[in-house]
Every structure is written in C-alpha cells, then in structure tokens.
Design a protein around this ligand. Structure first.
Ligand code: DGY
Length: 321
C-alpha cells in the first residue's frame, strides 16, 4: 500500500476535521495547539506534502523560502490570506488555497453583534450587572444610538459584506458600499455603490469593514477618513486589524468624534493596543467572526477538499496561486 502523504497541521482543528485527515493522510497534528514559530514551521514541515495553517501561522517569504521541496501546497484554514506571502509561494510552485463562502454568515453575524452592541452600549450595561453597580433603571441613563433605519457604509462588498448588507436590511438600514468594482445589480439589491471611498464616508452613520488586508488597504481607515464620517458614527471591524490606524481610531473614540466602535480583529493580536480596553465606548471580541461549530467544521472540510484536489492532481476550488 502507498504511504499516505504527510500533512503538517498548524493548529488544533475541529475533531471531525482531524478525523478525516487521519483517515486520508498522515497528519502531523498540533495537539498542544501552540503557535509554531518560523523555525518550527520549517522543521515540522520536513517531508510534508502540504501544510494546513490558520491565520496565526505566518508563512512569510523567508519561511516559504526555507520550506522543504516536498511541500506542494498550503491549504489555509481561513478566508484571509494576509499571513501567506503569495508571491513567494508562487515562485516556488506551491499552490495556496483558502476557505471562502463557508464563513460569511458567521462573520456577518458577529459584525451585526458588534454594530448593535456598540450602538447600544452593551459593554457598559453588561459590566454594571457583573459588578453589581447597576444604579436602577433611568429614563436618561445608558442611552445609545438606534440602528434601525440608519445609513450603513460597507467597505468591501465581497461575500461577507453582501451577507452583512442583507442582515442590515432587516433593520431597515440604507446600504452604501465601496468596493474595487461595482457588483451586479441583483447582488446590490438597492445598495448604493461609491467608487470613491472618501465620498461615501460622510453618508455613513455606521461603517463596517469587510475588505481583506493588503498593502493597499493597510491603514485605510486613518485620521483623514475618520474625520469625513458624520460626528457620532460607529465603526465596526470584522476583517483585519491592519485596515485600521489604531492611533486615529482611538483618538476619535476618546474625543467623542465617534460614538463607539465594535471590534473583533486587531493589530498585533492577541496583544491588542491596551487603550481599547480603557475606553467605555468600545465593544471588543477576540477574533471570533468564524467561531461557530458549523462554520469551523465547514472551513476544515473546505480546506480538505482543496487538499484532496491538489493531492490527486485536480484543480482546487479555492486556488490563490
Ligand atoms: C479568516 O478565515 O480569515 C478568519 O479571520 C479566521 O482566520
């Protein structure tokens, strides 16, 4: 019998996904779920045909250059691929895939959660109850901003952005979006396209970020752009921390230019800028956009479908290089 291909798995994956891996391959599982360093990734990849990383494993140009020749594929357990140097992988003939589609609902749910929680000051209210400091009901206390009927600007109208727009329409929100290109009218469903992001910002009572982190989008939400938002706007980010300039966002939250922010992703995760913690008008979550049982299984199976295709000489569905 032929030896099963060795697969280096970056993190602990859902049980059903690891079970399928064990059935079809010889996986090197990360049972301790520690985050591998660059050196460990290179060392543990010895003899492996493929790597399944999460966004926590940085496959930089340097790491990719040091990978053994046996590695033919990197099938990421993530839709984002800013942790992988695609150019370096391509140059070495390594196929890279991601897991789009399957996490759109879960991520849009968290974006809605952040938007509602930030607007309704959920962090402060929850803290009052947990610390037994609720001074009783008040007609003027704990006033937030109503979401219903407001204008929502979406940066990045891909799969997650489109689901977010659908959910927000359930709150009668008027949808504006900025994207590299206008999407088809049936997908737009009445949303207003803005080729110029700066022209859209003054129309956004709420702004939700859904674009990938690329050299073009790094620091996209900077001080100048925040200044263009209406006073008292709310910013939501479920994409990547790199899209936001932390100094600018924190200054706008401190000054009251922005009413609040709901954030699931951060620069330097898991060590976020501590100033976010000190602000009452932030609602913070630890990068759980895709963290539902259903979605994490689906992400794993999607990564394995891509791996299976590559290992049997077929075209993987989600090929990036
Ligand atoms: C993704 O899939 O990119 C999520 O951020 C989790 O990694």
């Amino acid at each position: 019998m032929m030896n099963k291909p060795v697969i280096l798995v970056g993190r602990r994956l859902p049980a059903a996904v690891e079970k399928r891996l064990q059935r079809d391959y010889a996986p090197r599982l990360n049972t301790d779920d520690e985050i591998y360093s660059a050196d460990q990734l290179v060392e543990f990849a010895a003899g492996a045909a493929a790597i399944i990383p999460c966004h926590t494993e940085r496959l930089s140009a340097d790491v990719i250059a040091r990978l053994p020749d046996s590695v033919r594929a990197i099938c990421s357990f993530s839709v984002g691929y800013d942790h992988i140097d695609l150019g370096a992988a391509k140059a070495r003939g390594i196929i890279v895939t991601n897991t789009p589609d399957v996490l759109s609902n879960a991520t849009a749910e968290v974006a809605m959660l952040l938007m509602l929680a930030a607007a309704r000051r959920a962090h402060e209210g929850a803290r009052m109850l947990r610390t037994d400091t609720w001074g009783d009901w008040s007609a003027t206390g704990q006033l937030g901003i109503e979401v219903t009927g407001k204008r929502l600007g979406i940066i990045g109208m891909g799969r997650v952005g489109q689901v977010m727009a659908r959910r927000a329409r359930g709150f009668d929100m008027q949808i504006h979006y900025h994207n590299r290109r206008r999407i088809d009218a049936d997908l737009e469903a009445g949303a207003t396209f803005h080729a110029d992001l700066d022209a859209m910002l003054p129309l956004c009572d709420f702004l939700s970020i859904h674009c990938p982190a690329t050299p073009d989008t790094t620091g996209l939400l900077n001080a100048e752009r925040i200044a263009r938002l209406p006073d008292g706007a709310v910013v939501v980010n479920t994409a990547r921390g790199a899209v936001v300039d932390d100094d600018a966002l924190i200054a706008a939250l401190q000054s009251g230019k922005l009413f609040a922010a709901g954030l699931d992703v951060f620069n330097g995760e898991p060590h976020i800028d501590p100033r976010y913690r000190e602000l009452d008008n932030t609602f913070l979550l630890p990068h759980i956009g895709s963290a539902t049982r259903e979605t994490r299984d689906a992400m794993g199976f999607r990564a394995l479908d891509n791996l299976d295709a590559i290992m049997t000489g077929r075209q993987p569905r989600d090929r990036l290089t």
